[in-house]
Write a protein that binds this ligand. Structure first.
Ligand SMILES: N[C@@H](CCC(=O)N[C@@H](CS)C(=O)NCC(=O)O)C(=O)O
Length: 271
């Protein structure tokens, strides 16, 4: 693995960097050139891991262990929990430093900081923290602005969609009701967004959207590929919601490759 970490020092430079730094390791030469020419105090570091992100903040990059792609090992892989953490960092304009982990061959250094062998793991307050629920909560506490906080009663909106999607994906019997169960959950979510949207917490994106959207991305790709299924047009509020979130800069920068998502779910379909 290789890493480049950018610690931007000037607010004025951040938006230029931000639009130019989405493609991870492919852009490493650009980072170096740009920074040596323009940022006197910017630190470039190459060691283990990949990627960088620019920011409007001056904080040190948050270190995050993420799943590596199985098709292109120098790219981000297909973990919705990892994407949730990266989305949180992006939406909070925080710099981060990704360390790609091959989950099929976990290195010793990774198992030392993540004894369960799971990603994401992020370093916060000098400690390695596992689990996207805990990581995003700590990020909210440490970096409250902009707020992604969501009222407790809205935290679980759409939370049954992922498990019902997996039930339908794994199902071998078309008449076992799993498709209908998923449709019921999606319809409830569609109606919720119609009443309360455009996002779960209303006008602004929140932690609830950042937790759900990566799962919905997996759902759309996996069901299209493995079941030839797509969201019915009648669920127009759900469709607009997905279009809006999937086209956000933060999402585009952190989304997994489609081929990884398809490959990742294959064993569930065939198993
Ligand atoms: N509850 C955890 C779930 C994390 C999780 O299951 N990560 C998967 C990848 S998406 C993992 O690391 N699995 C270990 C493995 O595949 O060996 C979270 O929210 O962070």
């Amino acid at each position: 693995m290789s890493t480049a970490t950018i610690s931007p020092t000037a607010l004025a430079l951040s938006s230029t960097l931000k639009t130019s730094v989405g493609c991870f390791s492919r852009n490493l030469s650009f980072f170096t050139a740009y920074n040596s020419n323009h940022l006197t105090t910017t630190r470039i570091r190459t060691s283990l891991g990949v990627s960088a992100m620019s920011t409007t903040s001056v904080s040190d990059p948050v270190e995050v262990c993420v799943k590596a792609s199985i098709t292109y090992p120098d790219k981000l892989g297909d973990c919705p929990f990892t994407q949730r953490v990266l989305l949180t960092l992006e939406e909070k304009h925080l710099p981060y430093d990704m360390k790609l982990v091959d989950l099929a061959k976990k290195p010793e250094w990774f198992l030392e900081i993540s004894p369960e062998g799971k990603v994401p793991v992020a370093k916060i307050h000098e400690k390695w923290i596992a689990d996207s629920d805990i990581i995003t909560k700590l990020l909210e506490e440490k970096y409250p602005d902009p707020s992604l906080e969501v009222p407790p009663e809205k935290v679980s909106v759409g939370s049954k969609i992922f498990s019902t999607f997996i039930g339908f994906l794994k199902s071998k019997d078309p008449s076992d009701g799993t498709e209908q169960t998923l449709l019921t959950e999606l319809t409830m979510f569609n109606d919720y967004i119609k009443e309360n949207g455009p996002f779960i917490n209303g006008k602004e994106i929140s932690a609830a959207d950042l937790a759900l959207a990566p799962k919905l991305y997996h759902m759309e790709i996996a069901l299209s590929q493995h079941k030839n299924w797509s969201i019915p047009d009648s669920l127009s509020y759900l469709k607009s919601y997905l279009k809006e979130i999937f086209s956000r800069e933060s999402f585009v920068k952190t989304q997994p490759l489609k081929e990884d998502v398809i490959a990742g779910w294959r064993s569930k379909v065939e198993g």
